[in-house]
Design a protein around this ligand. Structure first.
Ligand code: T3D
Length: 254
């Protein structure tokens, strides 16, 4: 259900239920969580790239998973939340390549990418309200931060289907590329991050997520703590040495 492939420091993860538009099930979420944990443990993995197989990125929760039965929502959401915690706390930079429709929790997962690319034909829809649910998988946290409260209200209350260009204009994705070049461009970006200062990327993500709920004083304090941590990495030493020697740095991810 989740294909994995390592290429030049990049772990490529592909949601692989193309016949179901990569709709998410408990089993798929468990597998995704496990592969993300493995990526954290593997020093050879310096960046992760997430995409979908077939014509969709992900249609969100598989609405056929539970048949006529009502799921135990709290237990079910815990599976989603573990994946969101694994994505937001991933110890490597994360690139997401949105190859087609991203809906509901599928859109939420896409938004957790540090850098997000979309194929020109990709679409985004929050979808939750259309089936009488509230946003989950961190969308209520991330969406207003990315697009502002007013736009988030519109996207969540009306659930329009956004084109890739709309998503770019709103800041939901960073680049839109022709479909046939999506993976090439996404891999190039992931490879670039895989050669970068891994810890600095991860600590930067942490700052960007945390400082929203902090006062300026607290944010400055957190910057100082995390700068202390980044400043102790070999990559920082190498970056400064390379600058002085007027050559490109060779970061090791340590
Ligand atoms: O457990 C809980 O419920 C709590 C957790 C909630 C998290 C969530 O993610 S809630 C949101 C769930 N997702 C949706 O509501 C999205 C529903 N799907 C769509 O809006 C559209 O299908 C898409 C925008 C994703 C794609 O549209 P399009 O026009 O490209 O394809 P289509 O024709 O609508 O769908 C193609 C097939 O996929 C179709 O099946 P069929 O008729 O060919 O047999 C459709 O039923 C199926 N499909 C699409 N989405 C899902 C799905 N099957 C199962 N689950 C889906 N989410």
């Amino acid at each position: 259900m989740v294909l994995t492939e390592k290429r030049e420091g990049v772990l490529l993860l592909t949601l692989n239920r193309p016949e179901k538009l990569n709709a998410l099930t408990g089993a798929l979420l468990e597998e995704l969580h496990r592969t993300l944990a493995e990526a954290n443990r593997d020093p050879a993995v310096r960046a992760v790239l997430l995409t979908g197989a077939g014509r969709a990125f992900s249609a969100g929760q598989d609405l056929t998973e539970f048949g006529e039965e009502k799921p135990d929502y709290e237990a079910h959401l815990r599976r989603y939340n573990r994946v969101v915690e694994a994505l937001s706390g991933l110890e490597k930079p994360l690139v997401v390549a949105v190859n087609g429709p991203a809906a509901g929790a599928g859109m939420s997962l896409a938004l957790w990418g540090d850098l997000r690319l979309a194929a020109a034909g990709a679409t985004f829809t929050t979808a939750f309200v259309r089936i009488g649910l509230v946003p989950d998988s961190g969308m209520s946290f991330l969406l207003p931060r990315l697009v502002g409260l007013a736009k988030a209200q519109e996207l969540l209350f009306l659930s329009p289907r956004l084109s890739a260009e709309d998503a770019l204009a709103l800041g939901l994705v960073h680049r839109v590329v022709p479909a046939e070049r999506l993976m090439e461009e996404a891999l190039a970006l992931a490879r670039e991050l895989a050669q970068g200062p891994t810890r600095a990327y991860v600590l930067t993500r942490k700052l960007l997520l945390e400082t929203y709920r902090l006062s300026l004083e607290e944010a400055l304090g957190l910057e100082a703590i995390l700068q202390g941590e980044a400043g102790r990495t070999l990559d920082h030493e190498e970056g400064v040495r390379a600058f002085r020697e007027k050559r490109p740095p060779r970061f090791q991810g340590r």
